[in-house]
Design a protein around this ligand. Sequence first.
Ligand code: SAH
Ligand code: SF4
Ligand code: F3S
Length: 437
Amino acid sequence: MQKYFHIKTYGCQMNVHESEKIAGILTDLGYEECAEIENADIAVFNTCCIRENAENHAFGNIGMLKKLKLQKRDMIIAVGGCLTQQMGKADGLHEKFPYVDIIFGTHNLHKLKEYILLKQSAKKPVIKIEEDSGFIPEGDKPFRTSYPNAWVNITYGCNNFCSYCIVPYVRGRERSRKSQNIISEAQSLISDGYKEITLLGQNVNSYGNGSDDLSFPELLKSVASIDGKFRLRFMTSHPKDFSEELAKTMSENPKICRCLHLPVQSGSDAVLKAMNRKYTVKEYLDKIDILKKYMPNCAVTTDLIVGFPGETEEDFLQTMELVKKVNYASAFTFVYSKREGTVASRMPNQIPEEVSKDRIMRLVELVNSLTRGHSSKYIGQTVEILCEGFDEKKQMYLGRDEYGRMGYFAGTAEDLGCFVNVKIKKANGVSLIGEKV
Ligand code: SAH
Ligand code: SF4
Ligand code: F3S
């Protein structure tokens, strides 16, 4: 009888791709994917702990499975990812949800098959959390679900220890895959028909640091030189490691998209220092100038945090100033969330919730107005969109242009995975609506 799996993914693209690796392991074991968790023989939660609400979301969903597990006793529930890797969380999770069968972390995802087989032969839950051993996974066979885009890991872990961030604690030290493995993975994806490669790492700019392998710009150049029409993206860049060589490489290689996500976090030097970001506002703006010198039209996006401990109204206004100055195409905005074990969690002057709420509202309003300004410039222009899916709500096909902007159009299933020229007629916040030409 056919057995089914269902995976719930929380958090960043890194986790999205790791869920594809989990799906690869489950497919290898003979399971097939199903859309509804109720029909699954194995349910996997791939969790995130970047902010408290990400944690609560996963906890809530795992809690809701108790009833189902009582009806379907043979169903296997597995929980992995960044949340379980956090110190002490695996035991807490087991106590709170004793019906969870397998708990694994970020450093032993590749052993999931072993854990499933172990669980099938034993009654007891399998709880396995491993420490960072510097292991670099190779040879996994992800069951990819994001065609025409394919995610490719280039680095794992992070050494930056931004004072607010939990990632270095749950993902371990930064390590880079060998460039030849990355390039051959990209080559086989392109020959399999993928039209977009996104290179993934917490801090892609420091790729290869401390080794005699390629630098990040050299790696980009090598991947971009693979034959065939495709787009090349990467995320995320840390401003301290963004170099002129990278800007130059982007400008010289048309396959590399004309967009850069460069998280700034704050526009106040005092806050940046307390965040341990290792750059000043001036240094950040100088990098934006270098980028614009090579690619005047490059779309710049960012991440921003409000309510960091000690952030004054003046600091916040400096963030607003910076956002206006850079004129971001769009931005992810977050309220600071205290993460246990981080340096910032021990800082005095945690900001009251109502102050943070007020600040985030003002910031979101500003970011939205900038985004609308960028969108309105698109009206009447024809852009090349890589069609990546169908939006059920809008009943339209969708995809992004080389600046990373999402565009919607009335198309056909044949457009999926193709580059489509779309003339933009309307702009709706971040999304553009147009017609095929
Ligand atoms: N490695 C990437 C992304 C890390 S997580 C980078 O350095 O840019 C994505 C974003 O989440 C961060 O850029 C930051 O803006 C936000 N973030 C991280 N920790 C947070 C916390 N404790 N509270 C609120 N936002 C946080
Ligand atoms: Fe977190 Fe900073 Fe590393 Fe990004 S660079 S993952 S924000 S510690
Ligand atoms: Fe990503 Fe969340 Fe982990 S943002 S690295 S899944 S803590």
